[in-house]
Design a protein around this ligand. Structure first.
Ligand code: UGA
Length: 433
């Protein structure tokens, strides 16, 4: 059992801390938002993530998981301190590292014995060096410490599953001293542990996310060719994906990727490369294809419905992907904003993300939030699918056809069976099929 402190209780920090406690470690989670800490202490959970709701109370009750707003309390009560604070983008695409720097200074100021300080946030290569310099500078007690890079690869919506069963764990170090302790932390998860230098560990994270984004843009580019030739992008992806060297995952064409990671990490990686003297044009093209994909989808809607002003559209999905309440950089929200700008009137539904969406798209004359997916299309001119929630595919299609004033469906996530939709008499437009 290790004594661990996690600083930051966002999607990464909270799920990581909880899963560490689940396997038996002693975990204290720190957040500077006292309100959030109070909520967590009272059993509330600030995010939706499948499995988390049962795990947090179980581990709190077992005395393995606790919450505080004091970094000093967290650091002094543990041997390993994980930093999981936000690294938001700046207007020029580079990463704002001020939260990391601030936390590093605070940790340094309250260390009274040897600590391992682990960066879990996604950061540009060479950040570990800066963190080490900062800690050295503000380390009043002059105690020993090691800095480790341990990037996180969890997907939102599958965070618990990904953390409990990781494909691999990456541990970047500058000395052998912290390796054994890190191995002990991850040993219960049974995944291969890759021990490397810090710069490589930091690069692995940006390289992996950018490659996954590249795969999606590749599929989206293929969808254009499929539409031009009558081929089917799903069949093409299946045919490619069975090749073990390629793999089927992240080859789903749609309205483009979003979320708080891929768009940000791509921009950051392009910027990092630029600062290192390399023009990463390949990744710039990934961005271009991604935004063109949304443009093409909106055009598909307006080409079919012609004038969008005062057209009533039902929209299924607001989250940036299935299984999450997260709407940050959500393609679904972007799509709604574009449709509203064209003058459309929207009825929207999402199983988990409506509360968070309301902060960006306040309900009003032009946008109504409905409580059930079955009601979203009532009296609408067409239905639009914007997020790949599995439940949406279970919609009663005959009822849907009766609810729509014209049986038109724009499926931005290819969730319905094309032949079935056509057999039922829908004018059905999906992506690359
Ligand atoms: C992503 C990575 O998958 C994680 O490994 C990583 O840890 C995380 O970023 C992070 O850096 O924190 P996440 O952003 O939670 O995870 O979600 P993904 O499942 O990767 O989906 C990202 C976007 O791509 C979504 O908008 C999704 O709809 C879209 N997508 C995904 C597609 O359009 N097609 C696909 O085939 C797959």
């Amino acid at each position: 059992m290790s004594k661990l402190c996690i600083i930051g209780t966002g999607y990464v920090g909270l799920v990581t801390g909880t899963c560490f406690a689940e396997v038996g470690h002693q975990v204290i989670c720190v957040d500077n938002n006292a309100e959030k800490v109070r909520m967590l202490r009272e059993g509330g959970i600030p995010i939706y993530e499948p499995g988390l709701e049962e795990m947090i109370p179980r581990n709190v009750a077992a005395g393995r998981l606790s919450f505080t707003d004091s970094i000093a309390e967290g650091v002094q009560g543990s041997d390993i301190v994980f930093i999981a604070v936000p690294t938001p983008p700046q207007p020029d695409g580079s990463v704002d590292l001020s939260f990391i720097e601030g936390v590093a200074r605070e940790i340094a100021g309250c260390m009274t014995a040897y600590k391992i300080i682990v960066d879990k946030s996604t950061v540009p290569v060479k950040t570990g060096e800066k963190v080490a310099e900062t800690i050295k500078r503000y380390n009043r007690s002059k105690v020993d410490f090691d800095v480790v890079s341990n990037p996180e690869f969890l997907r939102e919506g599958f965070a618990v599953e990904d953390l409990m069963h990781p494909d691999r764990v990456v541990v970047g170090v500058t000395s052998p001293r912290p390796v054994k302790a890190m191995q002990e932390v991850y040993e219960p998860f049974g995944a291969p542990i890759i021990v490397t230098d810090i710069n490589s560990a930091e690069l692995i994270k940006h390289a992996a996310n950018s490659f996954l984004a590249l795969k999606i843009s590749y599929a989206n580019a293929l969808s254009v060719l499929c539409e031009a030739t009558g081929a089917n992008v799903v069949e093409v992806a299946n045919g490619m994906g069975l090749d073990k060297r390629i793999g089927r995952q992240f080859l789903n064409a749609g309205i483009g990727f979003g979320g708080s990671c891929f768009p940000k990490d791509l921009s950051a990686f392009i910027k990092i490369a630029e600062q290192l003297g390399f023009d990463f044009r390949l990744l710039k093209e990934v961005q271009t294809i991604n935004s063109a994909q949304m443009d093409r989808f909106v055009r598909k809607i307006s080409d079919t419905l012609w004038v969008l002003k005062d057209k009533r559209l039902g929209v299924l999905g607001l989250a940036f992907k299935q299984n999450t309440d997260d709407v940050r950089m959500s393609p679904a929200i972007d799509l709604c904003q574009r449709l509203l700008k064209e003058g459309a009137v929207l009825r929207v539904y999402d199983p988990k993300a409506m509360d968070k969406a309301k902060a960006i798209l306040p309900p009003g004359d032009r946008i109504t939030y409905v409580d059930a997916m079955e009601d979203v299309a009532e009296g609408c001119d067409a239905l639009v699918v914007a997020t790949e929630w599995p439940d949406f595919a279970k919609l009663d299609l005959e009822r849907l056809r009766e609810q729509l004033s014209h049986p038109i469906v724009f499926d931005g996530r290819n969730i319905f069976d094309k032949q079935e939709m056509e057999r039922l008499g829908f004018l059905y437009k999906s992506v690359g099929r």
